[in-house]
Ligand binder design. Structure first.
Ligand SMILES: *Cc1c(COP(=O)(O)O)cnc(C)c1O
Length: 490
């Protein structure tokens, strides 16, 4: 008989009165609950918390953790997400008591070490971007986008007051952009306008020219873009945007391809965000915590969120007195735990090491591209940057096997699936990003498996995965009517 315990919920494992701890007998007089809690709470029945012994709890959560895939257990070529292996040393340093146990309300004099680290991180991120000033506050990439657009809005508002120019109401995004780009534009109060891509996957300059005007605040570009291609027109794009008085924003989620090779500030960007949980070894997944530092040109610096970390002689301080600042976008100084890991990563690699990271990320992606392109077409090119987008459209037409079928089947063979059905401009898209931390053996095994799957029977593939605890959840229903907490009533 199967051991049912491994598949039960912790509430189902509960046995009344079972305990995981032995507490000493109380040495103070007992007091009724009604004296300790406001009336309605004291009268309420206690919450139905599960009651278990320690081994039951440890087994339950350890078993749960093995049901998932992670970078520490599996190859994870999830395009656009840069799921690189994260060195354990950075985790250890971030957990040092001198960093992890600090309280944000401590006096600045007792936070000098952390402030020095954050100050130096601002400097490194500024140098890598080719831009002048950095805010570490935003809590994720999307939050960085929103923050930078708020900075842009403040900049234009300020300028309109002195020049009398009309309000800038529009933010332009390419049709291949990440969904967060138009979403950030809308949340920041702009009208989001889509710019078409050419069949080759680059920004369509004619469409850009047609949509750019004096009402355009920002054009947001991702370069390399979500097809894994570097848009060489970017200088020309920057000139077009600047001619209309607008700003060029770089979505820096793909920085893993160009570290130490190309600087956004040098190719015309005025602002950008980083995703340290992608590029700089922050933990990634499960909804956070992340970080989304932004870098901007000097003209935008006064509007950055407060506080920023400044150096005053040999002392570091949090500067709050910044009258043009958009204010806070997050509590305290940002997700410092993630920022510490980014600092460790950058100091470990140094300038030459960072360049090698990107060179190897691009090399690994091209190696995989070359291995699969004869069977899975890659509509946008023979060469890529750090990732590429293959298409299962031909396989689907010929054998009825979809990108989803292939992705699901990969799970049976112990590989995390690539990103599928994104970007939207490619039919049956499979976006593959191996990262620089994978060996040739891993890449070979993945390519071999992927090609072997294409020869399997459509019936096998439609029903995959066959080895996971749950095979094919109803994804639409799960997204539309998510039940994310246990309830006795369900
Ligand atoms: C991941 C990603 C984002 C959003 O970053 P988060 O940190 O997940 O908010 C934005 N743009 C692109 C291209 C991305 O890949």
């Amino acid at each position: 008989m199967r051991n049912e315990q491994a598949t039960q919920l912790i509430f189902e494992l509960s046995k009344s009165g079972r305990r995981g701890a032995n507490l000493p007998a109380s040495d103070v007089p007992a007091r009724p609950l009604s004296e300790l809690l406001p009336g309605e709470h004291a009268a309420a029945a206690p919450p139905p918390l599960p009651e278990l012994a320690e081994p039951d709890v440890v087994r339950h959560f350890t078993n749960l953790s093995t049901k998932n895939m992670s970078v520490d257990t599996h190859f994870y070529p999830l395009g656009s997400c840069t799921m690189k292996y994260n060195a354990k040393r950075n985790e250890r340093i971030a957990a040092f008591g001198g960093l992890a146990n600090l309280h944000p309300y401590q006096h600045e004099d007792t936070l000098q070490g952390l402030l020095q680290l954050l100050y130096e991180l601002q400097g490194m991120l500024s140098e890598i971007s080719g831009l002048d000033a950095v805010s570490l506050q935003p809590a994720a990439g999307a939050h960085g986008e929103l923050t930078a657009l708020m900075v842009a809005a403040a900049f234009f508002r300020d300028r309109a007051e002195s020049t009398g120019e009309p309000k800038r109401t529009k933010v332009l995004t390419p049709d291949s952009s990440h969904g967060t780009n138009p979403a950030s534009a809308a949340v920041a109060g702009f009208e989001a306008v889509t710019v078409r891509s050419t069949p080759q996957g680059f920004v369509d300059l004619d469409d850009l020219r047609a949509k750019l005007d004096r009402q355009t605040a920002v054009f947001m570009i991702t370069n390399p873009n979500t097809l894994g291609l570097f848009d060489r027109q970017v200088r020309e794009i920057a000139d077009l945007v600047h001619e209309q008085g607008g700003l060029l924003y770089l979505d820096g989620a793909n920085m893993n391809a160009i570290l130490g090779i190309a600087r956004p500030g040098d190719f015309g960007a005025d602002m950008m965000h980083y995703n340290p949980h992608k590029t700089f070894s922050g933990p990634h997944g499960g909804g956070g915590p992340g970080a989304g530092p932004i870098a901007v040109r000097a003209a935008l610096e006064p509007y950055l969120p407060s506080p920023v970390v400044e150096k005053d002689g040999d002392r570091y301080r949090l500067a709050y007195n910044r009258p043009k600042s958009i204010g806070r976008v997050r509590s305290f100084f940002g997700n410092t735990g993630v920022l510490v890991r980014a600092y460790c990563y950058l100091r470990t690699h140094g300038p030459d090491g960072l360049r090698r990271v990107s060179e190897n990320a691009v090399l690994n992606a091209n190696y995989l591209l070359a291995k699969v392109k004869d069977r899975l077409s890659v509509p946008h090119g023979e060469r890529c940057m750090h990732e590429f987008v293959a298409s299962a459209a031909k396989v689907k037409a010929q054998r009825g096997v979809s990108a989803m079928d292939i992705a699901k089947r990969l799970l049976d063979y112990g590989f995390h699936a690539p990103t599928v059905y994104f970007p939207l401009v490619v039919k049956e898209a499979m976006m593959i990003e191996p990262t620089e931390t994978e060996s040739k053996e891993t890449l070979d095994a993945f390519a071999e498996t992927l090609l072997a799957i294409l020869d399997e029977s459509p019936e096998t593939l439609h029903a995959a995965p066959h080895t996971t605890p749950i095979s094919r959840p109803d994804e639409v229903r799960a997204a539309r009517s998510a039940v994310v907490k246990w309830s006795a009533a369900v």
